[in-house]
Write a protein that binds this ligand. Structure first.
Ligand SMILES: NC(=O)C1=CN([C@@H]2O[C@H](COP(=O)(O)OP(=O)(O)OC[C@H]3O[C@@H](n4cnc5c(N)ncnc54)[C@H](OP(=O)(O)O)[C@@H]3O)[C@@H](O)[C@H]2O)C=CC1
Ligand SMILES: O=C(O)CCC(=O)C(=O)O
Length: 498
């Protein structure tokens, strides 16, 4: 395959419609090879200040542009992304490591989101409702919040940014976007697309730099009225604390400890496919990744054998080579974290059936690779069954009933995604009611969310908000109640008329 060229060896911020350099930069490295791809700016607080100033000014005008016209820009963004899908996908694989097939899927999510949210330009529905008094009209409508901040992670460098920025823009806001320093290329490419699509300057501002400097400055800035964040639980909690002090709206998506439940009547081959795809796809570095399989005792041994047989077919390596099904881990810190959890699992008494170590042969030189790993005989209270590992590690937890399975699923701190494999319609309905997660799959793995449904979860996964779907608009709009009295006299509501 011909390698795509990024066309620059140094990225620049995109502020007020201009490409601006920063004094300091850092190397962005391909996790599959260790080779440098590009230099990324390490901006300071001053860049955030400039971006906010530009955004405030631009947003005032943008809010007055009719929403269907705002949407036209998003349609154009969607067309440009579609034209560049292969380029974006290859660059995404280079910066993040995920295999090309998955990179194409992620870029497609962004394209779908562009067209879906552009459609919102002709909806953005409010409500009309009867008023209490004669000759009076009442309605509620959405209003933009103003300047909003989005902070995105490295594991979905383009899709998550589209889930947040597209609804913000169509609703009439201006955006300051801080992408993860690990994966800035998608942000740079998307900023170029916004510019070419004709988005007025200042409506999207991309400020590269570390979370502790740029992210922190955004969270503290009084003129950024919303922070929408996806990333670790620890960072999310700290952001929420500061936003709480400022009464700033904050939307958090902070991962999961997702389980596939396999009942004794399940189609086991289907379950194996669902588990493989959601546990080892993206090397397990999805917030929706399956990292627990809660299996009925009666089919445990059978499932183990089938899983082990299929795991042998997982080819691991550089995601640009289409034969590979599992790519690298994002960086050394990620790899070290996985290694620690393998030791934790062994010490807790779980039985290691496959994998368990990094891949360090010549073929993997320069990259960070970890063998797909299967533990069995884990219990629901072990740390490997409760804590987010963010790697290709899955643990089987045996149970004896659906009730026990649901209880095991629900006893973790997180509540993002869950799945059940069964042929029994009664069990399906009981499970979808009782599984305490924001997303439930039946006879499918735990990953693969569609952009027109709400994405997010319960408990430690978030704070009640959702990305994607029409629900994302709630993050980026205020509700305004409007009363129009056309009686020509002062009518007093809320008085006792008896
Ligand atoms: N829910 C999910 O999808 C994700 C979950 N995770 C979990 O988090 C673990 C650690 O990954 P990591 O990348 O360090 O996650 P972080 O939560 O640190 O990073 C997510 C984003 O937040 C930014 N950030 C970091 N610190 C701050 C801060 N103080 N204020 C504002 N923004 C900040 C980061 O910037 P920068 O990195 O540039 O410094 C990045 O853009 C993973 O192993 C995984 O368990 C990670 C990614 C996604
Ligand atoms: O797999 C999915 O459904 C989406 C995953 C995702 O966006 C994430 O892991 O952050």
């Amino acid at each position: 395959m011909e390698t795509i060229s990024l066309g620059t060896d140094k990225l620049t911020n995109f502020i007020d419609g201009e490409w601006q350099e920063a004094n300091e930069t850092a190397a962005v490295v391909n996790p599959a090879t260790g080779e440098e791809i590009v230099q990324v700016p390490l901006s300071d607080e001053g860049a955030v200040e400039r971006a906010v100033k530009a955004a405030k000014k631009a947003q005032k005008e943008w809010a007055l542009v009719p929403a269907p016209q705002r949407a036209e820009v998003l349609y154009q963004v969607g067309y440009l992304m579609k034209q560049r899908k292969e380029r974006l996908s290859q660059l995404l694989t280079m910066e993040n490591g995920k295999v090309l097939e998955e990179a194409r899927g992620e870029v497609q999510e962004g394209i779908d989101m562009a067209f879906y949210m552009a459609g919102e330009g002709r909806r953005l529905f409010g409500h009309t409702t009867p008023a209490e008094l004669k000759d009076k009209f009442a309605m509620s409508q959405r209003a933009p919040v103003g300047v909003v901040g989005i902070i995105t992670p490295w594991n979905f460098p383009i899709a998550i940014a589209t889930w947040k920025s597209f609804p913000a823009i169509v609703a009439g806001n201006a955006v300051i976007w801080k992408p993860a320093t690990e994966t800035p290329v998608m942000a740079y490419e998307l900023a170029k697309i916004f510019e070419e699509a004709g988005l007025p300057k200042g409506i999207i501002n991309v400020v590269f730099g570390s979370g502790s400097v740029v992210g922190d400055a955004m969270v503290h800035h009084p003129d950024i009225r919303v922070i929408s964040f996806t990333g670790s639980n620890e960072t999310g909690r700290n952001i929420a604390g500061e936003c709480g002090r400022q009464l700033k709206k904050v939307s958090l998506e902070m991962g999961g400890k997702n389980a596939v439940i396999v009942m004794d009547d399940a189609d086991l081959d289907l379950a194996v496919d669902g588990i493989l795809w959601s546990a080892f796809g993206t090397s397990g570095q999805r917030c929706t990744a399956c990292s627990r399989v809660i299996v009925h005792e009666k089919v445990k041994t059978d499932l183990e054998e089938r899983l082990l047989a299929k795991m042998k077919d997982l080819t691991i390596g550089n995601g640009l080579d289409e034969k590979n099904k599992v790519g690298p881990i994002i960086n050394k810190a990620g790899l070290d974290k996985i290694k620690q959890y393998i030791e934790i699992g062994k010490n807790e008494g779980a039985k290691l059936l496959a994998g368990g170590s990094p891949l360090e042969d010549e073929a993997y030189r320069g990259g960070h690779y970890f063998a797909p790993t299967l533990f069995t005989d884990a219990t629901a209270d072990m740390r490997i069954s409760r804590e987010e590992i963010f790697g290709p590690v899955v643990s089987l937890i045996p149970v004896n009933s659906l009730e026990e399975a649901i209880e095991a699923n629900n006893q973790v701190e997180y509540g993002l995604s869950s799945s059940i494999f069964t042929r029994d319609v009664n069990r399906v309905f009981q499970a979808q009611r009782d599984l305490d997660t924001g997303i439930v799959y039946v006879n499918a793995g735990t990953t693969g969310a569609e952009i027109h449904l709400p994405f997010g979860g319960t408990k430690g996964t978030g704070n009640g908000h959702r990305d994607s779907g029409v629900q994302a608009l709630d993050v980026f709009t205020e509700w305004k109640a409007v009363y129009v009295d056309y009686s020509g006299k002062l009518q007093r509501a809320q008085i006792d008329v008896d």
